[in-house]
Design a binder for this molecule. Structure first.
Ligand code: ADP
Length: 342
């Protein structure tokens, strides 16, 4: 089993510095997500032509697919100022008041993990998003009054990995709600080659493809694996990332052929072994592996579906033939273990 951190889409402390240099800055440099990019491009152009703030945008999808990167790109394309915060950081209404009262016209305000806002902070955000007003407390003690002050029109960008946890009223205040899907191998190959170029490391085509296949459809993991493989190539080979170098390094790191992590494997084995391929409800899977159903649905399943290992049906999740083969689980026939029944 690989180190869980290695194949997780979540941002790790060690990624921060490394990612800064690899983030695409313009929409044209952002690989994949073509439909989402088209929608954004139209909204950006329209706002620019009118000289107005762009509509608020809610981006959702598994971690590491480019939500933060896109938010920064939107600001860049709009030639607008960019401020960032996150749900867990905004602990008190006062924190949000402070930010909102300093927002300037057309500014882009990014709120990561927006599903983690506390209820009263979230409520305050409603009037800012909808009416461009901010409530400010003036004075102290019993004489203190709340004033609702107008604020300039700005663009809020919310990001979440857990769309199901964003309340309906909050979601309803975003004009554009856009989903990011896991990337396919060709797109990831383009991302790996671009990162290698920026890091001045030579990589063979086959090696780039190998990394692309083993990164769970996630650019953040692709870049992380590239960094590890580059270290291996430098220390154990001549610095070039050839296919054998990439394969040996990834095997040494225990990264599976599809980059599956422990939870992916648990989900699939529950469906295939315990429930004989399903159909089985997501709640049942969640209970058997002690994970939240939402997390399974929004963070893990998109990639398993993309790989063709799992289908969502009205009766529950079903494991595919491909999954039975890959996990080497025998599909039990109805008469298995009941000799003499045919
Ligand atoms: P999220 O906010 O969804 O967790 P990030 O925007 O922080 O993800 O992306 C993680 C890293 O992956 C970024 O540093 C960036 O280098 C890379 N990345 C993400 N999407 C793309 C893309 N479409 N093209 C190139 N690189 C990407």
């Amino acid at each position: 089993m690989p180190d869980r951190k290695l194949v997780s889409g979540d941002r790790q402390a060690e990624d921060l510095q490394f990612e800064a240099g690899l983030r695409p800055r313009r929409l044209a440099e952002f690989t994949g997500q073509s439909k989402l990019k088209e929608n954004l491009d139209i909204a950006i152009q329209a706002a620019r032509q009118r000289g107005e703030a762009m509509d608020h945008v809610l981006l959702y999808g598994p971690p590491g697919l480019g939500k933060t990167t896109l938010a920064a790109i939107i600001a860049e394309e709009l030639e607008a100022e960019f401020t960032t915060t996150s749900g867990p950081v905004l602990q008190r209404k006062l924190d949000l008041t402070g930010i909102l009262s300093n927002i300037r016209a057309r500014q882009v305000f990014f709120i990561d993990e927006i599903h983690r806002l506390l209820p009263d902070v979230e409520e305050m955000l409603y009037s800012a998003l909808e009416d461009f007003r901010v409530d400010i407390l003036v004075g102290v003690g019993p004489g203190a009054r709340t004033h609702s002050l107008p604020m300039p029109k700005f663009t809020a960008i919310g990001a979440t990995t857990r769309q199901g946890l964003v309340s309906a009223p909050l979601r309803g205040r975003f004009g554009l709600v856009l989903r990011l899907d896991p990337y396919n191998v060709d797109e990831l190959k383009t991302i790996v080659n671009r990162s290698a170029r920026l890091l001045s490391v030579e990589i063979e085509d086959g090696a780039a493809e190998e990394l692309a296949r083993r990164c769970r459809g996630t650019p953040r993991i692709a870049n992380r694996l590239l960094r590890r493989v580059r270290d291996y190539a430098q220390v154990r080979a001549d610095g070039r990332i050839t296919l054998p170098v990439a394969q040996t390094a990834l095997n040494l790191l225990d990264v599976d052929r599809f980059g599956l992590d422990e939870i992916d494997q648990k989900i699939m084995l529950t469906i295939l072994e315990k429930y004989r391929g399903g159909p089985v409800g997501v709640g049942t899977i969640a209970a058997s592996i002690s994970e939240e159903a939402d997390t399974i649905e929004e963070v893990y399943e998109p990639y398993l579906i993309q790989l063709g290992f799992l289908n969502r049906t009205p009766r529950g999740r079903v494991g595919t033939e491909l999954a039975f083969d890959y996990f080497n689980v025998k599909r039990k026939r109805p008469h298995d273990g009941q000799p003499g029944l045919f």
